[in-house]
Structures are given as C-alpha cells and as structure tokens.
Design a protein around this ligand. Structure first.
Ligand code: NDP
Length: 299
C-alpha cells in the first residue's frame, strides 16, 4: 500500500483564506480589525524566524500585527507589565509570548498573566480546564491544526481508535482532549509506555509528538491507519557548515508503505500551526465583540 500524503501546506493556505474572508467581512460589517500581539524576549534564532513568519501571515490575512521585541535580560516584572498593557488594549485581541522565555523568567507566571480571552496559544490554565471539560476554550494551535487535518480527511472520527505518543501540555494532552471530544477511543503513550509498537499497532489514528527523529517505523502501523507527524527534528548536517535535514518523529519512507495517509515533514502539521493561530485570533475577536463564532475555524 502507498499512503495518501496529507498536504498540510495547501490546507493551511485554505484555512488562511477562510480567515482572511471572515476578517474582511468583520471589517465591512462591524468596522473591527482583529489584532495579534507577539512578544519575543531575547534573540533565539529559531524564535526570531517564527515571530517574523507569524507577523507576516497576520498582516496577509488583513489583521493588525503588533510585535514587541525585548532584550534577553529584560526583568520579569517588565514583561508582566507589558502583558498587562496588552490585556487592557482593545486593539489587541490575541497575545502570544514566544516560548521558551529566558531562564530568569518564570514561564508559568507569564502564561497565567495573559487574559484567557486573549490567550490565542491556549496555554492559560483556564483554557486548559475549559478544553478538558468540553467547554468553549482557546485551543492550542498545533493540536487544533492536527484535528482540522483529521476531520478534513475522515469527516467523523467517532469510534476510531487513536494513539497519541507524547503527553506534553502544548501538544500531547490537548490533542488527546480534542480526540476524546470527537468521540475517539484515546490512548496517550509516553516514555514509560510498555510495548509501544504494540500499542501503536492498535490505532486507526496515530499522532506522534515526541521529538525523536524517525522513531515511529512502518512495522508499528496498522495497515490503512492515518499518521499525523508533529515532530520537527533537525538531523546533524552531512558536512560542516551545512544545515541538517529536517525530519519528523515518523520514519516517512517505511510508514508511507503501510499507512492509509501520512503527513510529511516539512509541509504537514507545521504550516497548520500558524494558520490556527490566526484562526484563534479571529475567534477571540468575535467572542470579545459578541459576534458569531467564525465558521469552520473552531472546535
Ligand atoms: P516534549 O519534549 O514536551 O514532550 C515529548 C513527549 O514525548 C513526552 O511526553 C515524552 O514522554 C515523550 N517521549 C519521549 N521519548 C519517548 C519515547 N522514546 N517513547 C515514547 N514517548 C517518548 O515535546 P513537545 O510535545 O513540545 O513536542 C514534540 C515534538 O513536536 C517536537 O519534535 C517538537 O519540535 C514538535 N512540535 C512541533 C510543532 C509544530 O508546529 N509542528 C509545535 C510544537 C512541537 P515523558 O512525558 O514520559 O517524558
């Protein structure tokens, strides 16, 4: 069998198109332009790339983008004061603090300081609780993107057996909550799981969010299963000075022989994450203004 390759890049472009259309309609009908504030502390090169890309795509869908770049040694109190100003600013509908923050800053304190209604990353404990209890939440972008891909492929996920590998707060746990919400039978595996390949072999849906290059191989996969690869791992470069190849947590070549569908890396889940950030910003704006929920962009 040769799997369908799930084109996350194309689907993300479609989601951004839907966001842009609804932003234009919101502007025309209500004179409201959604605004996303992104805060970066320090000069981590990967974070700088992400922040630039987020700002560019925010503007492309017709939203306002507010970038706040702070020095690496910015005191925690100064960051918290900025978040308080953004919480109070009616032009800002979404706030994202790029993680990781430098060691002298308490990440949990920062996430707790963001107004849950503007928490477009969905990491505030209120949103975590709302999601876990099946209520309207701001949903973390990466798992939301994975769910959108799965719904697009399968329609209903009801009754499907899903295995999520990884139990992090930003991917594994919210992914499991979303799949439960869609009536899958969900197993969450992690580093202490016994006989992981056997566990994974039960799954109609596998979501790999581990951070270990090409760990999941074709012999772990039930024929016809759908495999969503969240992992982003850079292999050591073949020669000095070159950039190492980007691979997922899934061994694409062997899994594609067995699976029914699989996401590639790059071009699978990655592009969906920023698209969902924009979707969440639109959702937050609609909720803040008492407008109808955006169509096809929330769970
Ligand atoms: P974390 O490091 O926070 O979590 C990794 C999880 O994998 C943990 O629960 C860990 O288990 C589990 N794990 C580690 N080793 C094994 C193993 N050998 N067998 C089974 N489980 C294992 O990572 P994240 O959730 O933040 O990210 C996971 C991957 O997804 C990374 O590659 C990251 O770069 C990528 N990512 C991609 C995004 C995107 O936009 N595409 C966004 C966010 C992340 P335990 O809890 O027991 O330690």
């Amino acid at each position: 069998m040769s799997a369908t390759i799930i084109d996350g890049k194309a689907f993300a472009a479609e989601v951004r198109g839907r966001v842009a259309a609804q932003v234009a309609a919101m502007k025309a009908a209500h004179g409201i332009t959604p605004g996303l504030a992104v805060v970066l502390v320090g000069e981590d090169p990967a974070s700088q790339v992400y922040v630039r890309s987020k700002g560019k795509q925010t503007v492309e869908v017709g939203m306002n983008s507010f970038e706040h770049k702070l020095d690496a040694d910015t005191p925690e109190a100064e960051l918290l004061a900025l978040i308080a100003r953004l919480n109070a600013d009616p032009a800002v509908n979404g706030i994202l603090v790029q993680l990781p923050v430098p060691d002298h800053i308490d990440e949990a304190k920062v996430l707790a300081a963001i107004d849950p209604a503007k928490d477009v990353d969905g990491f505030h404990i209120s949103n975590v609780g709302l999601l876990a209890t099946g209520q309207k939440a701001m949903v973390p972008c990466t798992p939301l993107g994975c769910l959108m891909l799965l719904r697009d492929l399968h329609g209903s996920l009801s009754g499907m057996e899903a295995v999520v590998i990884g139990r992090s707060n930003i991917v594994g746990k919210p992914m499991a909550q979303l799949l439960i919400g869609d009536s899958c039978t969900v197993t969450v595996a992690h580093s202490r799981t016994k006989d992981l390949p056997d566990v994974v072999r039960r799954a109609d849906i596998v979501v790999a969010a581990v951070g270990r290059p090409e760990m999941v191989t074709g012999d772990w996969i039930k024929p016809g299963a759908t495999v969503i690869d969240v992992g982003i791992n850079r292999l050591p470069p073949a020669e000095e000075g070159a950039k190492g190849k980007l691979v997922g947590d899934v061994d694409f070549a062997s899994v594609a022989q067995v699976a029914g569908a699989v996401t590639p890396v790059p071009g699978g889940v990655g592009p969906m994450t920023i698209a969902c950030l924009l979707a969440n910003t639109l959702t937050a704006t609609a909720r803040a203004n008492g407008l109808a929920e955006p169509e096809g962009l929330t769970v």
